[in-house]
Design a protein around this ligand. Structure first.
Ligand code: FAD
Ligand code: NAD
Length: 455
């Protein structure tokens, strides 16, 4: 397409915000023949988040789980415009987006207004910090590729700094204390990967200090993994206790300082915990662009801080021609990749049907027949409401063990589940290229171990 929008005035323009699970799922199924499709995202690739924790320690390399957006858009029937930029604001009245190139290299023009007829908000969510002082300054998050890279670099820095000749013992134990805040699946899977790294590689490469490394998981609720079944929670906590990953349940973080955390213990006491590396994984909150849109809509309809409230057709309540899905929306379903991709497929089928019905209406009009008198429902709702069938939840817990809550009240954990976990994720990867790269990384790790170079 030319770099002007709309590039075909006879077609409606669909703008999609994001290049994550929801947006790519729409793109896979959307018939782009009927629309000018423009995708806006600050990152020009799709990231397979379920395997992101593996990239923090080098079990996998980041590029193996990334798929460039242009690989996806260029294979569509009619071309899709991809704009690498961050949507800063949405004007629902004028039906425009304000997009800014927020990358390091910017040209003479770094901001643009993009018009749309239909807007699909699939820009995910941000990390929740609950306004706790010091989190943004000192902790690492685990949501994006750069977060995983930062964790890997800092982890190796902590190890090398602890191994620095003459480092005082108290400083060695601080530097080797790896703390994870948030016992949801992100925190648990990261702690599991870190434990594997310690057992399989650090112990061999840093024999003098490896024994002093400690992993602590801090969770505010009475147990980790609140969304899993009781037996798998018990199984995971027991497994972590055996692996010497300490779980501090019922512990609330009050403040994060450069080298220590301030927590409230179950007994109500305030304590400090020195750390070398802190990973913060306490769930989601709305991104600024979503929060601003929420604030611009009627408060009676938009009353959730975590995302946009939508109706059963995923249409944003109180807005005209705007849909929201995935982590950007606030629904009764958990903010997972599974939900986001199913919602994406639903939105694509809605827009495909809308286009077909519009075509039929125009054909009838051209034949001189009255479209209104036919049974054609040319509204997006014609597709019926969104429904969701949960396929279950999987999580890696370390030492080649995984847990799975499956439909039909099946709760399994252990080594066999680990192979199920691996094959499920492998088959879900975006492309054959990703599958080959991930298989190669797993093989490489088994033969040579993980790379301990600090990038
Ligand atoms: P995302 O996939 O986060 O995509 C959002 C997109 O929007 C990104 O491309 C982003 O760059 C872009 N964007 C951001 N800001 C803007 C802006 N201002 N304008 C335009 N675009 C913007 N779920 C599971 O079901 N199973 C799992 O095993 C699993 N494992 C996970 C592991 C980790 C470490 C994490 C962090 C999450 C995991 N999840 C898992 C949850 C899952 O990743 C999310 O629910 C899913 O990514 C949501 O999809 P989304 O498209 O809404 O958002
Ligand atoms: P989450 O919301 O699932 O869990 C966050 C945890 O942090 C909760 O247990 C919460 O009690 C705890 N917490 C909150 N504030 C705290 C504080 N101040 N101190 C200590 N603990 C605190 O978040 P997540 O793990 O990042 O996951 C986000 C979403 O992604 C979820 O929907 C999850 O299901 C999904 N996900 C799924 C998988 C998987 O299926 N394997 C993996 C990762 C993420």
């Amino acid at each position: 397409p030319p770099n002007q929008l709309p590039w075909d005035h006879t077609k409606k323009t669909v703008a999609i915000l994001g290049s994550g699970w929801a947006a790519t799922s729409i793109l896979k199924d959307l018939d782009t023949e009927h629309y000018n499709v423009v995708v806006v995202s600050p990152r020009n690739y799709f990231l397979f988040t379920p395997l992101l924790p593996s990239c923090t320690v080098g079990t996998l390399e980041l590029r193996s789980i990334m798929q460039p957006m242009r690989f996806i858009t260029r294979f569509k029937k009619r071309e899709v415009m991809f704009v690498e930029g961050e949507c800063r604001s949405i004007d629902p009245e004028k039906k425009t987006l304000q997009v800014e190139d927020n990358s390091e290299v910017v040209g003479a023009l770094s901001s643009q207004t993009i018009p749309y007829d239909y807007l699909i908000v699939a820009c995910g969510a941000e990390n929740a910090t609950f306004g706790i002082p010091g989190v943004k300054e000192h902790a690492c998050f685990l949501k994006e590729s750069w977060d995983a890279r930062k964790i890997r670099t800092r982890l190796m820095d902590c190890l090398e700094t602890a191994a620095f000749p003459g480092q005082p013992a108290s400083e060695v134990s601080r530097l080797l204390h790896m703390v994870v805040v948030g016992g949801g699946p992100t925190g648990v899977e990261y702690a599991a990967e870190l434990y594997d790294f310690l057992e399989e590689d650090i112990a061999a490469w840093y024999p003098d200090i490896a024994g002093k490394m400690k992993i602590t998981l801090v969770e505010a609720l009475p147990h980790v993994l609140p969304m899993f079944s009781k037996e798998l929670i018990t199984y995971t906590e027991k497994h972590f206790a055996e692996a010497k990953v300490e779980i501090q349940n019922n512990t609330r973080v009050k403040e994060v300082r450069q080298k220590e955390l301030v927590v409230q213990t179950p007994s109500g006491d305030i304590e400090t915990i020195p750390y070398g590396l802190l990973v913060w994984a306490t769930g989601n909150t709305a991104r600024p662009v979503v929060a601003n849109l929420i604030n611009s809509l009627p408060k009676t309809l938009q009353n959730q801080r975590r995302g946009l409230v939508v109706d059963e057709y995923l249409k944003v309540k109180g807005a005209d021609s705007i849909w929201a899905l995935g982590d950007a929306s606030a629904t009764k379903w958990a903010p997972t990749a599974q939900v986001a991709s199913k919602q994406g497929a639903y939105i694509a089928s809605m827009f495909n049907l809308l286009a077909r019905n519009e075509d039929d209406k125009q054909r009838l009009a051209a034949e001189g027949r009255d479209a209104a008198s036919t049974a054609i429902d040319a509204s997006p709702e014609a597709v019926g409401p969104f429904t969701y069938d949960h396929l279950g939840a999987l999580a890696y817990i370390g030492s080649d063990k995984a847990i799975a809550d499956l439909p039909g009240n099946v709760h399994v954990g252990g080594a066999l589940t680990f192979y199920f976990w691996r094959s499920a994720y492998l088959s879900n990867l975006f492309s054959l290229r990703n599958r080959v790269l991930v298989l190669f990384d797993w093989g490489k790790k088994s033969v040579f171990g993980r790379d301990i170079g600090r990038e």
